[in-house]
Ligand binder design. Structure first.
Ligand code: PLP
Length: 394
């Protein structure tokens, strides 16, 4: 028998096990709810990006079911051949209206929206100036573009300026930031970066995955939150988090969107969304516009839970959003905290290197609009018990 050429993978997995970083996938049984069952255990779920509870909203369910009955389950093709349905075009128009831009294009995911956009609008003569904590899909898009990548320290606008000063004025430049950073929950310095982009003639791009449905009027995102309409050339959003379904989109000028229709590789070479997904996203936009009180509830819960964790003495970093990290430093300790919380009925994912820096391992909590005060108080009580037990708080 030949030797297994993939044996090195087993060796790497064994190393993860030895470091306490090997993870089993938690399996959700039943519905996405604030309290639900994972791995046969009932837990308060603090790990989902379903910020507004839209995954189980009656209007979204009804839209999905009716689209399946009317159109079937698949689209049968990529968008550029036979996979563009009226419902895809309607969703793009609705997103452009929502974001107050000329046009929008929908991708299969936020990941492909970022990777497909950055890689197609830049080429190897260009340069991208990127926050060190930007999402992996931005990093992959930058690499695929073969542009020169200049990374600046997290939110350090002066450092970004210094990079820009050293570049030839004639070179094409893309300045890019997350709207909300997914591991720390802090906002990117969008107004300062927009000013910088204008000063140095950069294309300005923001990835609003965690801000979609969360920040700005009716959940329009950080561009709306900061009053930056018209100053961000490329706005990426996700339909997979607060919007409750699946997908990503780019909102911007008509020319940008037409260019992406012709050049963005995930758009050209990967099948479009099932019609039920597009119809569900349209229903979600209707909910954001007609039931914005759901977003208010998300923020009330956010304030309550953040203050509670802080009062217990945890290091909760510098979050501005419903994402609150509980930073413990060591990776194995973060996993231990997460496991003990789970055993006591609270699901908050442990996150370690390489997702975050080696000395910044954490348990990440995300509250939603659908958590009740009792559920959040139970979660705080459990954090207290387990935090004391593990010596993280005193
Ligand atoms: C989740 C996320 C994405 C990817 O979005 P999906 O729709 O899940 O593919 C992109 N950027 C950021 C900042 C994210 O947090």
């Amino acid at each position: 028998m030949r030797a297994d050429p993939l044996a090195y993978l087993t060796a790497e997995l064994d190393a993860l096990k030895a470091q306490g970083l090997y993870r089993h996938l938690r399996v959700l049984e039943g519905e996405q709810r604030a309290t639900t069952t994972f791995d046969h255990r009932q837990v308060v779920n603090l790990s989902s990006n379903n910020y507004l509870g839209l995954t189980t909203h009656p209007r979204l369910r009804a839209a999905a079911i009716s689209a399946i009955e009317e159109f079937g389950v698949g689209s049968g093709s990529v968008r550029t051949i036979a996979g563009t349905m009226a419902v895809h075009m309607e969703l793009e128009q609705r997103l452009a209206d929502f974001k107050k831009t000329e046009a929008a294009v929908v991708f299969q995911s936020g990941f492909t929206a970022n990777a497909g956009t950055v890689s197609s609008i830049l080429s190897k003569e260009d340069v991208v100036i990127s926050d060190e904590l930007n999402h992996a899909s931005i990093i992959d898009g930058c690499r695929l573009s073969r542009a020169t990548i200049k990374v600046f320290p997290h939110k350090d606008v002066d450092a970004a300026r210094a990079v820009l000063k050293g570049l030839p004025g004639s070179q094409r430049k893309l300045l890019i930031t997350d709207g909300v950073f997914s591991m720390d929950g802090d906002l990117g310095p969008l107004p300062e970066l927009c000013a910088l982009a204008e000063e140095f003639g950069c294309i300005m791009m923001v990835d609003d995955a965690h801000a979609s449905g969360v920040f700005g009027a009716n959940g329009r995102g950080t561009v709306d939150h900061f009053g930056m309409h018209g100053r961000v050339d490329v706005q990426v959003g996700t339909l997979s988090k607060a919007i409750g379904a699946l997908g990503g989109y780019v909102a911007g000028s008509r020319a940008l969107i037409d260019f992406l229709y012709h050049r963005a590789r995930p758009f050209l070479f990967s099948t479009s969304h099932p019609p039920a997904v597009a119809a569900t996203c349209i229903a979600a936009l209707d909910v954001l516009l007609t039931e914005p009180e759901i977003i208010d509830r998300l923020w009330e819960n956010t304030r309550f839970f953040k203050e509670g964790l802080h009062a217990l003495g945890f290091d909760t970093g510098a979050s501005d959003s419903p994402i609150t990290p509980v930073i413990v430093g060591d990776g194995a300790l973060a996993m231990r905290l997460s496991d003990r919380l789970f055993a006591e009925g609270v699901f908050a994912q442990g996150i370690a290197f390489p997702t975050v820096a080696r000395d910044k391992a954490r348990v990440r909590t995300i509250v939603t609009a659908t958590h009740t005060r009792d559920e959040l108080q139970f979660a705080l009580d459990t954090f207290r018990t387990v935090g004391l037990e593990l010596g993280i708080i005193h």
